[in-house]
Design a protein around this ligand. Structure first.
Ligand code: HEM
Length: 458
C-alpha cells in the first residue's frame, strides 16, 4: 500500500448507516434517476449503508474493502449472483456469466483453457487486421485535418475485433443484428432494474413478448453461424473453435449447441461493450492530458521496430498498461456489481437476511479518498509498482474480484494496448470540447455524449 491511508475500522453495534428516504422503502428509488450521485453519497456514510427496499428485497451498499472481499469471496451457499434470474439470464442463456453453484464451477473450468495466455497471440493476429482497417478509415480524415467520432469508431472497431477473435472471419450483417438485439435487451433490463413496475418476464405482456421474440431471433442467427462453422471451419482458430474444443468435465464430450450458443452470446457482449466503453474513456482522458499522452508516445517510439505492432511489443508497454488501468480506475465500465444473500449471512458484525441485495460500486470505491490519494487526479504512475499501487486489493476492481473475476481480462488488456499503440503511432488526437463529460450509467458506464477528437498524422 504505497499512497493510501490506512483502511477504516468498522463496527455495526448501532446497525448500519441508512440513506434518507421514504419510511420503510428508504431512498433506493433515487437509483433510477441518479445512480452515480446516489452511490457516491452513500459511499461516505459507513462501511455498509442500507439504501432501502424494493419489494421483498433490502439493498445495501458495501464500501469497506475488507467487507467487499468478504462479499465477493463468500461461500456460494451464502452469497449468490443476482443476474441468474433477471433479463440477463434469458438474454445470455445458461452461460458462465449467469450460472452459479456447481454448474458454474464446472463451466468455468471447461472454459478456462480457451482464455489461457498461450491463445492470445492467435487472437492478436485476428484482431490486428481490424485495427488496420480503422487506421485506413482515419487516414484521409487526418490528412485533411478533420475530426472523428471516436465513440462510434471505437464501438465499431471493438465489435469487429471481438467478431474476428470469436469467429475467425467477419460476419458484418450478423454482427449488426447481434448488436441490435443486445441493445434492446440491455435497455429493457435497465428500464426494469430499479423499478417496482413490470410484470414477471414470463407474463405475456407486449414488452415481454417483444423481448422474448428478439432473443429468439438472436439465438437463431448465432446457431446458424455455429452450424456454418462446423461445416466450413475457418483457417484462423477463433474463440468459437476454442470453445468447440472445450470438453464437458464429466462426460469428456464436446458442448451441446445450447451451451455453445450461451457462451458465444456472453463472450460477444462481455467482450465488446465493456472494452469499447473503456477505450472511449481512455481516449477522452488522453485528450485531456497531453503530458501523459507524450509519455505514452515516448514509450511507443522506444519500441525496437517501427513496423506493424507485434504481440511481443505488448510486453514492453508498461506505461501504456498503467494508463489503461488508471482510466479504468476513474471510469470502470462495470460500475456496479451486485450479489444476493442466499441464507442469513454475517458481514462483519451485521447479520443480513435472505434475499438482501449487496451492491459493490467500483466507481465509488475507486474514488474514495480513504483508499486513493487525490482520487480525482489522472495519474498512471499509481500503478507503477508491481502491487499496482492499490490501496487495498479490493479497492480496485475494474475486472471484479474473487472467483467470479473477469475471465477475459487478458483479452481486454491486449485489445486496449493494441488500439492505443497502433492509433497513437500514426495519429495525433486533440480534444476540442474540454467540458467535463457526462456519465451515462446504464449496463456499462458510458460517456453520455459522443467523444469527438481532432485528428492529424504524426
Ligand atoms: C475492459 C473490458 C472488461 C471489463 C471492464 C470487464 C469487467 C468485468 C467484471 C467487473 C466482471 C465481474 C462481474 C461480477 O463480479 O459480477 C466480469 C466478468 C466476466 N467477463 Fe469481463 N470485462 C471486460 C472484458 C471482457 C472480455 C474481453 C471478455 C471475454 C472475451 C469478458 C468476459 C467475462 C465473463 C465471461 C465474465 C463472467 C465470469 C464469471 O462469472 O465467472 N470480459 N467482467
Amino acid at each position: 500500500m504505497t499512497e493510501a491511508a490506512a483502511p477504516k475500522e468498522h463496527t455495526f453495534r448501532a446497525g448500519p448507516a441508512a440513506m434518507p428516504g421514504l419510511p420503510y422503502f428508504g431512498g433506493i428509488v433515487r437509483m433510477k434517476k441518479d445512480p452515480i450521485g446516489y452511490l457516491a453519497e452513500a459511499s461516505g456514510r459507513g462501511p455498509v449503508v442500507r439504501l432501502g427496499r424494493l419489494g421483498r428485497r433490502s439493498f445495501y451498499q458495501v464500501n469497506d474493502p475488507d467487507l467487499v472481499r468478504s462479499v465477493m469471496t463468500a461461500p456460494r451457499a451464502d452469497v449468490g449472483m443476482t443476474r441468474t434470474s433477471d433479463v440477463l439470464g434469458i438474454l445470455f442463456g445458461e452461460s458462465v456469466f449467469t450460472m452459479q453453484d456447481e454448474p458454474w464451477r464446472k463451466r468455468r473450468d471447461e472454459l478456462q483453457p480457451a482464455f489461457r495466455t498461450s491463445n492470445l497471440p492467435e487472437l492478436f493476429g485476428s484482431a490486428a487486421g481490424e485495427i488496420a482497417r480503422t487506421v485506413a478509415q482515419f487516414e484521409p480524415v487526418a490528412e485533411a485535418g478533420g475530426s472523428v467520432d471516436c465513440s462510434a469508431a471505437l464501438l465499431d472497431l471493438l465489435q469487429r475485433m471481438i467478431v474476428r477473435m470469436m469467429f475467425g472471419v467477419a460476419v458484418p450483417e450478423t454482427a449488426a443484428q447481434l448488436s441490435r438485439a443486445f441493445d434492446h435487451g440491455l435497455e429493457y433490463r435497465q428500464r426494469r432494474r430499479w423499478s417496482l413496475a413490470g410484470l414477471p418476464l414470463w407474463c405475456p405482456t407486449p414488452a415481454n413478448r417483444k423481448f422474448h421474440d428478439g432473443v429468439a431471433r438472436l439465438n437463431a442467427s448465432i446457431v446458424e453461424i455455429i452450424e456454418d462453422h462446423r461445416s466450413n471451419p475457418p483457417e484462423r482458430a477463433g474463440l468459437l473453435k476454442m470453445l468447440m474444443e472445450c470438453r464437458d468435465g464429466t462426460t469428456g464430450l464436446g458442448w451441446t449447441d445450447e451451451e455453445l450458443l450461451a457462451e458465444v452470446k456472453t463472450t460477444f457482449v462481455a467482450g465488446w461493450l465493456t472494452t469499447a466503453t473503456a477505450a472511449v474513456w481512455l481516449f477522452d482522458l488522453l485528450g485531456r492530458h497531453p503530458g501523459i499522452t507524450a509519455r505514452v508516445v515516448d514509450e511507443l517510439d522506444a519500441l525496437p521496430d517501427d513496423g506493424p505492432l507485434t504481440y511481443d511489443d505488448l510486453h514492453r508497454l508498461t506505461y501504456v498498461e498503467n494508463t489503461i488501468l488508471e482510466a479504468m480506475r476513474l471510469f470502470p465500465p462495470g460500475w456496479l456489481l451486485s450479489r444476493r444473500v442466499r441464507r442469513p449471512f454475517a458481514l462483519g458484525d451485521l447479520y443480513l437476511r435472505r434475499n438482501a441485495v449487496l451492491l459493490v460500486s467500483p466507481y465509488a470505491l475507486h474514488r474514495d479518498p480513504a483508499h486513493w490519494k487525490d482520487p480525482e487526479r489522472f495519474d498512471p504512475d499509481r500503478f507503477r509498482d508491481s502491487t499496482h499501487g492499490e490501496a487495498h486489493k479490493a479497492a480496485f476492481l475494474p475486472f471484479g474480484y474473487g472467483p467470479r473475476v473477469c475471465i477475459g481480462r487478458g483479452v481486454a488488456l491486449m485489445e486496449l494496448k493494441m488500439i492505443v499503440a497502433t492509433l497513437l503511432r500514426r495519429f495525433r488526437f486533440t480534444l476540442a470540447d474540454r467540458a467535463p463529460a457526462r456519465l451515462q450509467p446504464v449496463s456499462f458506464l458510458r460517456r453520455a455524449e459522443p467523444l469527438i477528437l481532432g485528428i492529424a498524422p504524426r
